[in-house]
Design a protein around this ligand. Sequence first.
Ligand code: SF4
Length: 84
Amino acid sequence: MKEQFDSKTSYCRSLGHHVPFRYCRTVNNGLPCRKIRDCWYEKIDIDGFIAQFYTESEHKQIFAPPAEKISSLIDLIRKARDNK
Ligand code: SF4
């Protein structure tokens, strides 16, 4: 059952206060936060939870780097290439 850990809480370094697991597993357009492994591995079997309830395609969506980081990386690669 996906809701089994919803009432557990963890300190969120991004928000600066505690949040329930329900928030962490739904905050990314209904999918888990990309940091869910880092924040929850000590409290629950988070890898087992993700493997059980999300498809491979959803795994890629969940753990994809944020778009701004990708564009920054592309910019850095372009600048490095232009400086050759
Ligand atoms: S998983 Fe995301 S929302 Fe949840 S505590 Fe960690 S950083 Fe905050």
